[in-house]
Design a binder for this molecule. Sequence first.
Ligand code: 5AD
Ligand code: SF4
Length: 587
Amino acid sequence: MRPLQCILRVQRSLRWEWMTSVSWLLLKTCRAHSTLPSTACPSPGQQEDGVRKDFSSRLASGPTFQHFLSASAPQEKPCSPEAEDPPPYLTVDELLGRQRKVYLETYGCQMNVNDTEIAWSILEKSGYLRTSNLQEADVILLVTCSIREKAEQTIWNRLHQLKTLKTKRPRSRVPLRIGILGCMAERLKEEILNREKMVDLLAGPDAYRDLPRLLAVTESGQQAANVLLSLDETYADVMPVQTSPSATSAFVSIMRGCDNMCSYCIVPFTRGRERSRPVASILEEVRKLSDQGLKEVTLLGQNVNSFRDSSEIQFNSAVSANLSRGFTANYKAKQGGLRFSHLLDQVSRVDPEMRIRFTSPHPKDFPDEVLQLIHERDNICKQIHLPAQSGSSRVLDAMRRGYSREAYVQLVHHIRESIPGVSLSSDFITGFCGETEEDHLQTVSLLREVQYNMGFLFAYSMRQKTRAYHRLKDDVPEEVKLRRLEELITVFREEASKANKICVGCTQLVLVEGPSKRSATDLCGRNDGNLKVIFPDAEMEDAANPGLKVRAQPGDYVLVKITSASSQTLKGHVLCRTTLKDSLAYC
Ligand code: 5AD
Ligand code: SF4
């Protein structure tokens, strides 16, 4: 086994274990430093050499690397180093960032964008600085995705590029540290450290609080990892830092992990068990965002609508979950806790001028009270993501989605009756294990039948550890998967164009985001259904101040008369600036 040092605050009940071979690595580290040129004014590397030797010998009595890699079973308690003293082998000073510059790069879904901000919030508090310039970074952290093979390949390629940066780094500067955060760290664990020797740090999705300590360990030249999963880590007290000051909208994480165990999906293995953030802390974050002037919040999680805050005991009565009609769950019925409808109700009351969205939900968790609330509340967007994955009941069964095509279609009708004008989007996978041409045609027909406004379509990518990996055969040839994907894309575009054309001639409320990427004379925003709306940047009347001419700014609500529509965009001309409340009279 390679001598590695891993450091982490473990639960009080766990004992620290020590690894004898660590000292070999420390020796290697010190030798590397002894080749530094000797000058009157010591370089940052030399200055730290003596300190590092002392630090290294203290570190030699740390816990083993295997201790943290092998403990992949979820832990009962979250890691919360802030609540505890530093471990005996690190001083408070060594845990500080000492103005080191961190460059963060995000891959994958919106959850990862949110994770990046959580990681940054933790590092900023420890005295690190953030840089957007790769060349001046002392620490490079990649927040990674494992959902498909292609996503991981992108990271491996990026690591090869970063290798050059590391090897070419002048010795006068502190050594560059490279870390892998998130799903790929969790899925591959030490395989990453073994394959890419220049990776210094691994932190799984539940280990970001440990980043200051992991980075402190890498100071001695050793690799450090924490890939423990937690049963209740939600980072509830870590307010993510808003990176763009002009942002009009923000994502607020409300839950983490997933218990659904769809047979194709790696997420339950990389992000662990489902757990919800306490309602009070979500509301606090939303209030803060409203005070900052943000106009849109998207509640974020792997399975947002199965939200269940059990943190307050008085709400833990034995009321079991209401599933959508005809849907089943892959897990034992859960009881009690504050549910998604309660959260949605509370969040939407914070600021009536703030739009509320949520993603990603599972179709099984749409009880009538949620649909009713979306219908009634003006600031909850009439937009539902309803991932179908396939239009064939046979494939849905193999995917362990917990519903048939018929139950799904019934739910679509029910949603459309409950929320007139609702905009629907979906995810689909082509070429899942055993998918026949007939199954594929059923998916095509579902796309035609539902006529989604937006779609996210993927070719199936077999992932180790999943149920499909163990029990099914990845038997659809790659070219067939891709051909079917192309077919779905074509059908989706045709149907979305038809669905979006209904908007032509209507007046829609648009939240302005900023200049259009394609044209400097156009502005871009989003309608209630989350479709992009492009319109010329022209003077308009302010509805609240008749006679006053204004130009739309990011964060303004404007009324736009829609003149044309494609599968992905609406175009129109602006009528006036307004508010969400006042717009109801027009839209
Ligand atoms: N292969 C292809 N697509 C996948 N997804 C999840 N796992 C896989 C996989 N192994 C898709 C699903 C999910 C979306 C986030 O990614 O459609 O809804
Ligand atoms: Fe993956 Fe299914 Fe959970 Fe979505 S619901 S994250 S597809 S296991």
